[in-house]
Design a binder for this molecule. Structure first.
Ligand code: NAP
Length: 488
Protein backbone atom coordinates (compact mmCIF):
# COMPACT_ATOMS: atom_id res chain seq x y z
CA UNK A 1 0.00 0.00 0.00
CA UNK A 2 1.54 3.24 -1.07
CA UNK A 3 1.94 6.33 1.04
CA UNK A 4 -0.31 8.13 -1.39
CA UNK A 5 -3.16 5.74 -0.65
CA UNK A 6 -2.66 6.26 3.07
CA UNK A 7 -3.03 9.98 2.75
CA UNK A 8 -6.20 9.64 0.69
CA UNK A 9 -9.24 10.36 2.86
CA UNK A 10 -12.06 7.89 2.42
CA UNK A 11 -14.65 10.61 2.33
CA UNK A 12 -14.15 12.79 -0.64
CA UNK A 13 -16.45 15.01 -2.65
CA UNK A 14 -17.85 11.91 -4.33
CA UNK A 15 -19.88 11.20 -1.19
CA UNK A 16 -22.16 14.10 -1.98
CA UNK A 17 -22.97 12.43 -5.29
CA UNK A 18 -24.09 9.19 -3.67
CA UNK A 19 -27.41 7.47 -4.22
CA UNK A 20 -29.94 9.61 -2.28
CA UNK A 21 -31.82 6.47 -1.25
CA UNK A 22 -28.89 5.46 0.96
CA UNK A 23 -29.55 6.46 4.55
CA UNK A 24 -27.23 9.15 5.96
CA UNK A 25 -24.82 7.82 8.57
CA UNK A 26 -26.14 9.63 11.67
CA UNK A 27 -29.59 8.41 12.64
CA UNK A 28 -29.20 4.92 11.22
CA UNK A 29 -29.29 1.83 13.40
CA UNK A 30 -25.97 0.16 14.13
CA UNK A 31 -25.59 -3.31 15.58
CA UNK A 32 -22.91 -4.35 18.06
CA UNK A 33 -22.24 -8.01 18.78
CA UNK A 34 -20.70 -8.55 22.22
CA UNK A 35 -21.10 -6.74 25.51
CA UNK A 36 -17.49 -6.40 26.67
CA UNK A 37 -15.31 -3.31 27.21
CA UNK A 38 -15.05 -2.42 23.54
CA UNK A 39 -18.75 -3.00 22.84
CA UNK A 40 -19.76 -0.76 25.76
CA UNK A 41 -17.44 2.12 24.82
CA UNK A 42 -18.39 1.83 21.16
CA UNK A 43 -22.10 1.91 22.03
CA UNK A 44 -21.68 5.01 24.20
CA UNK A 45 -19.77 6.78 21.43
CA UNK A 46 -22.29 5.75 18.76
CA UNK A 47 -25.24 6.89 20.89
CA UNK A 48 -23.50 10.22 21.59
CA UNK A 49 -22.89 10.62 17.84
CA UNK A 50 -26.61 10.30 17.07
CA UNK A 51 -26.90 6.65 16.06
CA UNK A 52 -29.49 4.18 17.25
CA UNK A 53 -27.67 1.18 18.68
CA UNK A 54 -28.82 -2.37 19.15
CA UNK A 55 -26.51 -4.63 21.14
CA UNK A 56 -26.52 -8.39 20.61
CA UNK A 57 -25.52 -10.42 23.65
CA UNK A 58 -25.73 -14.06 24.67
CA UNK A 59 -27.17 -12.86 27.97
CA UNK A 60 -28.99 -9.55 27.37
CA UNK A 61 -30.77 -9.44 30.73
CA UNK A 62 -27.57 -9.55 32.71
CA UNK A 63 -25.69 -7.11 30.44
CA UNK A 64 -28.41 -4.49 29.76
CA UNK A 65 -27.56 -2.49 32.89
CA UNK A 66 -24.01 -1.88 31.59
CA UNK A 67 -25.21 0.04 28.51
CA UNK A 68 -26.79 3.49 28.18
CA UNK A 69 -30.58 3.38 28.32
CA UNK A 70 -30.77 4.78 24.76
CA UNK A 71 -29.25 1.55 23.43
CA UNK A 72 -31.33 -1.59 23.02
CA UNK A 73 -29.73 -4.75 24.43
CA UNK A 74 -31.19 -7.96 23.09
CA UNK A 75 -30.26 -11.46 21.93
CA UNK A 76 -27.68 -11.70 19.15
CA UNK A 77 -30.13 -12.91 16.46
CA UNK A 78 -32.67 -10.19 17.33
CA UNK A 79 -30.03 -7.48 17.16
CA UNK A 80 -28.70 -8.66 13.81
CA UNK A 81 -32.19 -8.59 12.25
CA UNK A 82 -32.64 -4.89 13.11
CA UNK A 83 -29.60 -3.50 11.31
CA UNK A 84 -27.41 -3.71 8.21
CA UNK A 85 -24.13 -2.68 9.78
CA UNK A 86 -22.83 -4.80 12.64
CA UNK A 87 -19.66 -4.27 14.67
CA UNK A 88 -18.31 -7.64 15.77
CA UNK A 89 -16.86 -6.79 19.22
CA UNK A 90 -15.92 -10.38 19.94
CA UNK A 91 -12.47 -12.03 20.01
CA UNK A 92 -11.39 -14.02 16.94
CA UNK A 93 -11.39 -17.25 18.97
CA UNK A 94 -15.17 -16.89 19.41
CA UNK A 95 -16.09 -16.06 15.79
CA UNK A 96 -17.06 -19.65 15.13
CA UNK A 97 -19.69 -19.45 17.91
CA UNK A 98 -21.49 -16.86 15.77
CA UNK A 99 -21.95 -19.32 12.88
CA UNK A 100 -25.53 -20.06 14.01
CA UNK A 101 -26.32 -16.48 12.94
CA UNK A 102 -25.09 -17.04 9.37
CA UNK A 103 -28.60 -16.90 7.85
CA UNK A 104 -29.67 -13.66 9.55
CA UNK A 105 -26.27 -12.10 8.88
CA UNK A 106 -26.41 -12.77 5.14
CA UNK A 107 -26.07 -9.62 3.04
CA UNK A 108 -25.03 -7.44 6.00
CA UNK A 109 -21.86 -5.43 6.61
CA UNK A 110 -19.69 -6.87 9.39
CA UNK A 111 -17.07 -4.58 10.90
CA UNK A 112 -14.14 -6.55 12.27
CA UNK A 113 -12.61 -4.58 15.16
CA UNK A 114 -10.43 -7.36 16.52
CA UNK A 115 -6.75 -7.32 17.38
CA UNK A 116 -4.22 -10.06 17.96
CA UNK A 117 -1.73 -10.50 20.76
CA UNK A 118 1.28 -10.93 18.43
CA UNK A 119 2.33 -9.49 15.08
CA UNK A 120 1.32 -11.83 12.20
CA UNK A 121 -0.11 -14.25 14.78
CA UNK A 122 -2.28 -16.11 12.27
CA UNK A 123 -1.70 -16.98 8.63
CA UNK A 124 -4.77 -15.03 7.55
CA UNK A 125 -5.96 -11.82 9.16
CA UNK A 126 -8.91 -11.91 11.59
CA UNK A 127 -11.02 -10.01 9.06
CA UNK A 128 -10.26 -12.52 6.29
CA UNK A 129 -11.07 -15.34 8.70
CA UNK A 130 -14.40 -13.70 9.56
CA UNK A 131 -15.13 -13.26 5.83
CA UNK A 132 -14.39 -16.94 5.25
CA UNK A 133 -16.87 -17.91 8.00
CA UNK A 134 -19.57 -15.62 6.58
CA UNK A 135 -19.18 -15.60 2.79
CA UNK A 136 -22.64 -14.05 2.34
CA UNK A 137 -21.57 -10.95 4.34
CA UNK A 138 -19.38 -8.00 3.43
CA UNK A 139 -16.54 -7.62 5.91
CA UNK A 140 -14.85 -4.29 6.61
CA UNK A 141 -11.73 -4.09 8.79
CA UNK A 142 -11.52 -1.03 11.00
CA UNK A 143 -11.62 0.61 14.44
CA UNK A 144 -9.09 -1.89 15.87
CA UNK A 145 -6.54 0.91 16.38
CA UNK A 146 -8.97 2.72 18.70
CA UNK A 147 -9.00 1.59 22.31
CA UNK A 148 -12.11 1.34 24.45
CA UNK A 149 -10.70 4.22 26.47
CA UNK A 150 -10.30 6.46 23.40
CA UNK A 151 -13.85 5.67 22.35
CA UNK A 152 -15.14 6.77 25.75
CA UNK A 153 -13.06 9.94 25.98
CA UNK A 154 -14.83 11.19 22.86
CA UNK A 155 -13.93 13.56 20.05
CA UNK A 156 -12.60 16.17 22.47
CA UNK A 157 -9.52 14.04 22.98
CA UNK A 158 -8.06 14.90 19.58
CA UNK A 159 -8.83 13.50 16.19
CA UNK A 160 -7.66 9.99 15.50
CA UNK A 161 -7.07 8.19 12.26
CA UNK A 162 -8.98 4.96 11.70
CA UNK A 163 -7.50 2.83 8.92
CA UNK A 164 -10.23 0.93 7.06
CA UNK A 165 -10.10 -1.72 4.35
CA UNK A 166 -12.57 -3.93 2.49
CA UNK A 167 -13.08 -5.52 -0.89
CA UNK A 168 -16.41 -3.71 -1.17
CA UNK A 169 -16.15 0.03 -1.88
CA UNK A 170 -19.71 0.86 -0.84
CA UNK A 171 -19.41 -0.99 2.49
CA UNK A 172 -16.09 0.72 3.12
CA UNK A 173 -17.64 4.10 2.44
CA UNK A 174 -20.55 3.37 4.79
CA UNK A 175 -18.19 2.46 7.65
CA UNK A 176 -16.01 5.46 6.85
CA UNK A 177 -19.05 7.73 7.16
CA UNK A 178 -19.87 6.23 10.54
CA UNK A 179 -16.28 6.77 11.67
CA UNK A 180 -16.38 10.38 10.56
CA UNK A 181 -19.67 11.09 12.33
CA UNK A 182 -18.06 9.63 15.47
CA UNK A 183 -15.22 12.17 15.18
CA UNK A 184 -12.55 9.93 13.68
CA UNK A 185 -10.64 10.37 10.42
CA UNK A 186 -11.11 7.31 8.22
CA UNK A 187 -8.08 6.39 6.14
CA UNK A 188 -8.51 4.20 3.07
CA UNK A 189 -6.07 1.28 3.27
CA UNK A 190 -7.41 -0.41 0.16
CA UNK A 191 -8.72 -3.94 -0.14
CA UNK A 192 -8.96 -6.76 2.38
CA UNK A 193 -5.36 -7.87 1.84
CA UNK A 194 -4.36 -4.84 3.96
CA UNK A 195 -6.25 -6.20 6.98
CA UNK A 196 -3.13 -7.94 8.31
CA UNK A 197 -1.21 -4.66 8.14
CA UNK A 198 -4.04 -2.84 9.96
CA UNK A 199 -4.15 -5.54 12.64
CA UNK A 200 -0.40 -5.18 13.20
CA UNK A 201 -0.59 -1.39 13.76
CA UNK A 202 -1.61 -1.49 17.46
CA UNK A 203 0.98 -4.19 18.19
CA UNK A 204 4.01 -2.30 17.00
CA UNK A 205 6.14 -0.85 19.79
CA UNK A 206 7.39 2.61 18.82
CA UNK A 207 8.58 1.57 15.32
CA UNK A 208 9.90 5.02 14.46
CA UNK A 209 11.77 5.29 17.75
CA UNK A 210 13.82 2.10 17.69
CA UNK A 211 16.85 3.46 15.78
CA UNK A 212 16.94 6.84 17.62
CA UNK A 213 16.62 5.12 21.02
CA UNK A 214 19.44 2.67 20.23
CA UNK A 215 21.52 5.59 18.97
CA UNK A 216 20.92 7.56 22.19
CA UNK A 217 21.65 4.51 24.36
CA UNK A 218 24.82 3.75 22.38
CA UNK A 219 26.07 7.32 22.74
CA UNK A 220 25.14 7.34 26.43
CA UNK A 221 27.07 4.14 27.04
CA UNK A 222 30.19 5.41 25.21
CA UNK A 223 30.26 8.81 26.95
CA UNK A 224 29.36 7.29 30.33
CA UNK A 225 32.29 4.84 30.13
CA UNK A 226 34.62 7.62 29.00
CA UNK A 227 33.55 9.91 31.87
CA UNK A 228 33.71 7.04 34.36
CA UNK A 229 37.30 6.36 33.42
CA UNK A 230 38.25 10.04 33.68
CA UNK A 231 36.28 11.00 36.80
CA UNK A 232 36.29 7.81 38.90
CA UNK A 233 38.76 5.19 37.69
CA UNK A 234 41.66 7.62 37.11
CA UNK A 235 41.66 9.15 40.66
CA UNK A 236 41.23 5.65 42.11
CA UNK A 237 44.24 4.20 40.29
CA UNK A 238 46.54 7.23 40.32
CA UNK A 239 45.75 8.78 43.72
CA UNK A 240 43.89 5.95 45.56
CA UNK A 241 40.94 8.32 45.98
CA UNK A 242 37.45 6.84 46.27
CA UNK A 243 35.25 8.86 43.93
CA UNK A 244 32.69 6.15 43.22
CA UNK A 245 29.97 8.27 44.85
CA UNK A 246 30.14 10.43 41.70
CA UNK A 247 28.62 7.71 39.49
CA UNK A 248 24.86 8.25 40.08
CA UNK A 249 24.77 12.03 39.69
CA UNK A 250 28.00 13.66 38.52
CA UNK A 251 29.03 11.12 35.88
CA UNK A 252 25.46 10.86 34.60
CA UNK A 253 25.18 14.63 34.52
CA UNK A 254 28.37 15.03 32.48
CA UNK A 255 27.19 12.29 30.11
CA UNK A 256 23.68 13.63 29.43
CA UNK A 257 24.74 16.96 27.83
CA UNK A 258 27.24 15.11 25.63
CA UNK A 259 24.45 12.87 24.32
CA UNK A 260 22.03 15.80 23.92
CA UNK A 261 24.57 17.90 22.05
CA UNK A 262 25.78 15.16 19.69
CA UNK A 263 22.17 14.03 19.04
CA UNK A 264 21.20 17.61 18.15
CA UNK A 265 24.03 17.76 15.63
CA UNK A 266 22.90 14.39 14.23
CA UNK A 267 19.55 16.01 13.39
CA UNK A 268 21.31 18.40 11.01
CA UNK A 269 24.11 16.17 9.73
CA UNK A 270 21.95 14.12 7.29
CA UNK A 271 20.71 17.38 5.72
CA UNK A 272 24.34 18.39 5.17
CA UNK A 273 25.15 14.97 3.66
CA UNK A 274 22.08 15.17 1.41
CA UNK A 275 23.12 18.64 0.23
CA UNK A 276 26.67 17.36 -0.43
CA UNK A 277 25.24 14.49 -2.48
CA UNK A 278 23.03 16.86 -4.49
CA UNK A 279 25.95 19.21 -5.14
CA UNK A 280 28.24 16.34 -6.11
CA UNK A 281 25.82 14.69 -8.53
CA UNK A 282 24.30 18.00 -9.65
CA UNK A 283 20.72 16.73 -9.35
CA UNK A 284 17.99 16.22 -6.81
CA UNK A 285 16.48 13.30 -8.76
CA UNK A 286 19.07 10.77 -7.68
CA UNK A 287 17.91 8.58 -4.78
CA UNK A 288 19.77 8.94 -1.50
CA UNK A 289 21.24 5.72 -0.13
CA UNK A 290 18.79 3.86 2.13
CA UNK A 291 20.72 4.62 5.32
CA UNK A 292 20.56 8.36 4.59
CA UNK A 293 16.87 8.12 3.73
CA UNK A 294 16.22 6.36 7.05
CA UNK A 295 18.32 8.90 8.91
CA UNK A 296 16.39 11.81 7.34
CA UNK A 297 13.12 10.20 8.38
CA UNK A 298 14.22 9.80 12.01
CA UNK A 299 15.34 13.39 12.57
CA UNK A 300 12.26 14.31 14.61
CA UNK A 301 12.77 11.44 17.06
CA UNK A 302 16.51 12.14 17.32
CA UNK A 303 15.71 15.80 18.07
CA UNK A 304 13.15 14.89 20.71
CA UNK A 305 15.61 12.55 22.43
CA UNK A 306 18.20 15.31 22.36
CA UNK A 307 15.68 17.59 24.11
CA UNK A 308 14.91 14.84 26.64
CA UNK A 309 18.60 14.47 27.56
CA UNK A 310 19.06 18.25 27.72
CA UNK A 311 16.04 18.59 30.03
CA UNK A 312 17.39 15.84 32.31
CA UNK A 313 20.79 17.59 32.34
CA UNK A 314 19.08 20.82 33.47
CA UNK A 315 17.26 19.04 36.32
CA UNK A 316 20.41 17.16 37.41
CA UNK A 317 22.40 20.42 37.37
CA UNK A 318 19.81 22.17 39.52
CA UNK A 319 20.01 19.31 42.02
CA UNK A 320 23.83 19.28 42.27
CA UNK A 321 23.98 21.61 45.32
CA UNK A 322 21.45 19.41 47.17
CA UNK A 323 23.92 16.54 47.50
CA UNK A 324 25.61 15.76 50.81
CA UNK A 325 28.97 15.41 49.02
CA UNK A 326 28.62 18.96 47.73
CA UNK A 327 27.88 20.32 51.22
CA UNK A 328 30.86 18.49 52.75
CA UNK A 329 33.16 19.76 50.01
CA UNK A 330 31.89 23.31 50.49
CA UNK A 331 32.52 23.20 54.25
CA UNK A 332 35.92 21.58 53.68
CA UNK A 333 36.95 24.35 51.30
CA UNK A 334 35.69 27.02 53.70
CA UNK A 335 37.69 25.50 56.61
CA UNK A 336 40.82 25.26 54.44
CA UNK A 337 40.50 28.91 53.47
CA UNK A 338 39.95 29.94 57.09
CA UNK A 339 43.06 28.01 58.15
CA UNK A 340 45.06 29.56 55.33
CA UNK A 341 43.51 32.95 56.23
CA UNK A 342 42.41 33.52 52.63
CA UNK A 343 39.88 36.34 52.57
CA UNK A 344 39.37 36.96 48.88
CA UNK A 345 38.44 33.91 46.86
CA UNK A 346 36.73 35.77 43.99
CA UNK A 347 38.14 34.79 40.58
CA UNK A 348 36.75 37.23 38.05
CA UNK A 349 37.35 35.01 35.02
CA UNK A 350 35.61 32.02 36.64
CA UNK A 351 32.65 34.20 37.61
CA UNK A 352 32.18 35.42 34.05
CA UNK A 353 32.65 31.98 32.58
CA UNK A 354 29.96 30.52 34.82
CA UNK A 355 27.50 33.38 34.19
CA UNK A 356 27.84 33.05 30.41
CA UNK A 357 27.79 29.26 30.58
CA UNK A 358 24.50 29.13 32.53
CA UNK A 359 22.79 31.86 30.51
CA UNK A 360 23.70 30.30 27.16
CA UNK A 361 22.61 26.88 28.43
CA UNK A 362 19.20 28.20 29.44
CA UNK A 363 18.70 29.82 26.03
CA UNK A 364 19.71 26.57 24.28
CA UNK A 365 17.23 24.59 26.39
CA UNK A 366 14.51 27.16 25.66
CA UNK A 367 15.09 26.80 21.92
CA UNK A 368 15.12 23.01 22.16
CA UNK A 369 11.77 23.14 24.03
CA UNK A 370 10.36 25.26 21.21
CA UNK A 371 11.57 22.74 18.62
CA UNK A 372 10.08 19.87 20.62
CA UNK A 373 6.71 21.60 21.06
CA UNK A 374 6.42 22.52 17.40
CA UNK A 375 7.14 18.95 16.36
CA UNK A 376 3.91 17.82 18.06
CA UNK A 377 1.39 17.05 15.30
CA UNK A 378 -1.34 19.34 16.69
CA UNK A 379 1.07 22.32 16.81
CA UNK A 380 2.85 21.42 13.55
CA UNK A 381 -0.53 21.28 11.78
CA UNK A 382 -1.29 24.86 12.81
CA UNK A 383 1.90 26.15 11.14
CA UNK A 384 2.38 26.71 7.45
CA UNK A 385 5.38 25.16 5.72
CA UNK A 386 7.50 28.33 5.96
CA UNK A 387 6.84 28.77 9.67
CA UNK A 388 7.56 25.10 10.36
CA UNK A 389 10.79 25.11 8.37
CA UNK A 390 11.89 28.42 9.99
CA UNK A 391 11.47 26.94 13.48
CA UNK A 392 12.83 23.48 12.78
CA UNK A 393 15.60 24.48 10.39
CA UNK A 394 16.72 28.03 11.24
CA UNK A 395 15.96 28.09 14.98
CA UNK A 396 17.19 24.51 15.26
CA UNK A 397 20.52 25.50 13.73
CA UNK A 398 20.71 28.51 16.07
CA UNK A 399 20.08 26.09 18.97
CA UNK A 400 23.04 24.03 17.76
CA UNK A 401 25.28 27.12 17.61
CA UNK A 402 24.18 28.24 21.10
CA UNK A 403 24.73 24.72 22.45
CA UNK A 404 28.24 24.92 20.99
CA UNK A 405 28.83 28.19 22.87
CA UNK A 406 27.50 26.50 26.02
CA UNK A 407 30.00 23.66 25.53
CA UNK A 408 32.88 26.02 24.78
CA UNK A 409 32.23 28.16 27.85
CA UNK A 410 32.09 24.98 29.90
CA UNK A 411 35.43 23.84 28.54
CA UNK A 412 37.03 27.29 28.44
CA UNK A 413 40.81 26.67 28.54
CA UNK A 414 40.66 23.11 29.83
CA UNK A 415 41.69 21.68 26.49
CA UNK A 416 45.07 23.43 26.92
CA UNK A 417 45.63 22.21 30.49
CA UNK A 418 47.69 19.02 30.50
CA UNK A 419 46.25 17.97 33.91
CA UNK A 420 42.92 17.51 32.14
CA UNK A 421 44.32 14.68 30.00
CA UNK A 422 43.58 11.75 32.31
CA UNK A 423 45.25 8.59 30.98
CA UNK A 424 46.07 10.81 27.96
CA UNK A 425 42.33 11.04 27.27
CA UNK A 426 41.23 14.55 26.22
CA UNK A 427 38.36 16.25 28.15
CA UNK A 428 34.97 14.86 27.04
CA UNK A 429 33.73 18.20 25.76
CA UNK A 430 36.46 18.32 23.12
CA UNK A 431 35.17 15.04 21.68
CA UNK A 432 31.55 16.22 21.62
CA UNK A 433 32.54 19.29 19.59
CA UNK A 434 33.64 17.19 16.62
CA UNK A 435 30.33 16.48 14.82
CA UNK A 436 28.50 19.75 15.73
CA UNK A 437 31.43 21.89 14.55
CA UNK A 438 31.57 19.93 11.29
CA UNK A 439 27.84 20.59 10.76
CA UNK A 440 28.19 24.29 11.59
CA UNK A 441 31.18 24.63 9.26
CA UNK A 442 29.33 22.86 6.45
CA UNK A 443 26.29 25.12 6.91
CA UNK A 444 28.54 28.18 6.74
CA UNK A 445 30.09 26.87 3.52
CA UNK A 446 26.61 26.17 2.05
CA UNK A 447 25.57 29.73 2.81
CA UNK A 448 28.32 31.14 0.56
CA UNK A 449 26.49 32.76 -2.38
CA UNK A 450 28.10 30.61 -5.11
CA UNK A 451 27.25 27.31 -3.38
CA UNK A 452 23.87 28.50 -2.08
CA UNK A 453 22.78 29.53 -5.59
CA UNK A 454 23.83 26.20 -7.08
CA UNK A 455 22.01 24.26 -4.36
CA UNK A 456 18.88 26.36 -4.83
CA UNK A 457 18.94 25.75 -8.59
CA UNK A 458 19.35 22.00 -8.06
CA UNK A 459 16.42 21.97 -5.64
CA UNK A 460 14.28 23.72 -8.24
CA UNK A 461 14.97 20.98 -10.77
CA UNK A 462 18.18 22.08 -12.51
CA UNK A 463 20.46 19.18 -13.43
CA UNK A 464 24.17 19.09 -14.25
CA UNK A 465 24.88 18.34 -17.92
CA UNK A 466 21.35 19.19 -19.06
CA UNK A 467 20.54 22.19 -21.20
CA UNK A 468 16.96 22.64 -19.94
CA UNK A 469 16.95 25.04 -17.03
CA UNK A 470 14.02 23.60 -15.12
CA UNK A 471 12.41 20.20 -15.15
CA UNK A 472 8.75 20.74 -15.78
CA UNK A 473 6.17 18.59 -14.04
CA UNK A 474 4.38 16.03 -16.20
CA UNK A 475 0.74 16.30 -17.21
CA UNK A 476 -0.28 14.65 -13.92
CA UNK A 477 1.66 17.29 -12.02
CA UNK A 478 4.28 14.81 -10.82
CA UNK A 479 8.01 14.73 -11.50
CA UNK A 480 9.00 11.68 -13.46
CA UNK A 481 11.20 9.87 -10.91
CA UNK A 482 13.74 10.11 -8.16
CA UNK A 483 13.97 11.37 -4.60
CA UNK A 484 12.89 14.92 -4.10
CA UNK A 485 14.66 16.99 -1.51
CA UNK A 486 11.66 18.82 -0.11
CA UNK A 487 12.31 17.35 3.32
CA UNK A 488 16.02 18.04 3.48
P1 NAP B 1 -14.34 -8.55 26.21
O1 NAP B 1 -14.50 -7.48 27.23
O2 NAP B 1 -13.80 -9.86 26.68
O3 NAP B 1 -15.72 -8.81 25.47
C1 NAP B 1 -15.89 -9.82 24.53
C2 NAP B 1 -17.36 -10.08 24.37
O4 NAP B 1 -17.53 -11.08 23.40
C3 NAP B 1 -18.03 -10.63 25.60
O5 NAP B 1 -18.48 -9.59 26.44
C4 NAP B 1 -19.15 -11.46 25.06
O6 NAP B 1 -20.38 -10.76 25.12
C5 NAP B 1 -18.82 -11.65 23.57
N1 NAP B 1 -18.84 -13.05 23.16
C6 NAP B 1 -19.53 -13.54 22.13
N2 NAP B 1 -19.32 -14.84 22.01
C7 NAP B 1 -18.49 -15.22 22.98
C8 NAP B 1 -17.92 -16.44 23.39
N3 NAP B 1 -18.17 -17.55 22.74
N4 NAP B 1 -17.11 -16.43 24.47
C9 NAP B 1 -16.82 -15.31 25.14
N5 NAP B 1 -17.35 -14.12 24.78
C10 NAP B 1 -18.16 -14.07 23.72
O7 NAP B 1 -13.38 -8.05 25.06
P2 NAP B 1 -13.22 -6.56 24.49
O8 NAP B 1 -12.09 -5.92 25.17
O9 NAP B 1 -14.52 -5.87 24.49
O10 NAP B 1 -12.75 -6.86 22.98
C11 NAP B 1 -13.69 -7.29 22.01
C12 NAP B 1 -13.03 -7.21 20.63
O11 NAP B 1 -12.64 -5.85 20.40
C13 NAP B 1 -11.77 -8.04 20.52
O12 NAP B 1 -11.70 -8.64 19.26
C14 NAP B 1 -10.66 -7.05 20.68
O13 NAP B 1 -9.48 -7.43 20.01
C15 NAP B 1 -11.28 -5.81 20.03
N6 NAP B 1 -10.69 -4.55 20.54
C16 NAP B 1 -10.73 -4.25 21.86
C17 NAP B 1 -10.17 -3.06 22.29
C18 NAP B 1 -10.21 -2.66 23.75
O14 NAP B 1 -9.69 -1.58 24.09
N7 NAP B 1 -10.82 -3.43 24.61
C19 NAP B 1 -9.55 -2.18 21.36
C20 NAP B 1 -9.53 -2.52 20.03
C21 NAP B 1 -10.12 -3.72 19.61
P3 NAP B 1 -21.75 -11.51 25.52
O15 NAP B 1 -21.42 -12.34 26.73
O16 NAP B 1 -22.70 -10.44 25.81
O17 NAP B 1 -22.12 -12.34 24.34
Amino acid sequence: MSGGDMAKPLLGHQNTERDPSIMPAAGRTIGVLGSGDFARSLTIRLVCSGFKVVVGSRNPKRKAGLFPSAAEVTFQAEAVKKTDVIFVAVFREHYSTLCDLADVLAGKILVDVSNNTEINHHKESNAEYLASLFPACTVVKGFNVVSAWTLQSGARDGNKQVPICSNNQEAKRTVAEIAQVMGFTPVDMGCMSSACEIENIPLRLLPAWKIPIFLALGLFLCFFTYNLVRQVIHPYIREQKNKFYKIPVEVVNTTLPCVAYVMLSLVYLPGVLAACSQLYYGTKYRRFPDWLDQWLQHRKQIGLLSFFCAALHAVYSLCLPMRRSHRYQLIETAIKQAVEKKMNIWVEEEVWRMEIYISVGIIALGLLSLLAITSLPSIANSLNWREFSFIQSTLGFIALVISTLHTLTYGWSRAFDENQYKFYLPPTYTLTLLVPCTVILAKVVFSLPCIRQRLLRIRRGWEKGRYVKFVLPSATGEYSSGETSSNV
